[in-house]
Design a protein around this ligand. Structure first.
Ligand code: HEC
Length: 142
C-alpha cells in the first residue's frame, strides 16, 4: 500500500513538473535571450574597461563577438513580431527597440574607434554605452 502510494506521488510530481515546464518554455526562451545578451554584454563591457585602462584596444573587438550573434537572434525575433517580455514598462516596447538600436549603433562606433586605435574616441564611446545601460535599465528593469 505504502509502495503504491509512493509511486502515485512520484507520478503526480513528474506530471506537474512536466506540464509547468511545457507551459513556460516559450516564454523562458525569449526572456532568456535578453538575459543571455545582457550577460555577455556585461562581460564585454568589463573587458572594454580593462582594455581602456590598460591601453590594450585590441582586446575590445573580440569581446563583442558573442554579443553580435545573440543580438542578431533577438533582432530577428522582434522583426518576426515575437513579443519580448520586459520586467517593467512592457507598453513602451517600441522605445525599448529604439534604445536597443541606438545602443548597437554606438557599439559599432566603439568598435571602429578600437580598430583604429583611437583612444579618445574609445573613451567617449565607452561612456556613451555605460550611460545607455543605465538609461535602459531605469525604464525597463526592476
Ligand atoms: C535597450 C535596453 C538595454 C540596454 C541598452 C542594456 N540593457 Fe541590460 N537589461 C535590459 C533589460 C530589459 C534587462 C532585464 C532582463 C530581465 O530580467 O528579463 C537587463 C538586465 C541586465 C542584467 C541582469 C541580467 C540578469 O540575468 O538578471 C545585466 C548584467 C545587464 N542588463 C547588463 C547590461 C550592460 C552592461 C549594458 C550596457 C553595456 C546593458 N545591460 C544595456 C535592457 C538593456
Amino acid at each position: 500500500m505504502l509502495k503504491w502510494f509512493k509511486g502515485f506521488f512520484v507520478a503526480l510530481v513528474v506530471a506537474v513538473l512536466s506540464t509547468s515546464t511545457a507551459f513556460t518554455s516559450e516564454k523562458l526562451d525569449q526572456e532568456s535571450l535578453v538575459r543571455t545578451e545582457m550577460a555577455v554584454l556585461h562581460n564585454a563591457l568589463k573587458t572594454t574597461i580593462d582594455a581602456l585602462v590598460l591601453n590594450d584596444p585590441g582586446k575590445i573587438h573580440p569581446a563583442f563577438d558573442e554579443v553580435h550573434s545573440i543580438s542578431e537572434r533577438l533582432d530577428l525575433e522582434i522583426r518576426n513580431g515575437g513579443k519580448i517580455a520586459l520586467p517593467k514598462n512592457q507598453k513602451r516596447f517600441k522605445e525599448f527597440v529604439r534604445l536597443d538600436h541606438k545602443f548597437h549603433h554606438d557599439l559599432e562606433a566603439l568598435l571602429t574607434a578600437a580598430n583604429k586605435n583611437n583612444a579618445s574616441a574609445v573613451l567617449r564611446q565607452t561612456h556613451r554605452l555605460l550611460d545607455a545601460c543605465v538609461r535602459c535599465h531605469t525604464i525597463f528593469r526592476n
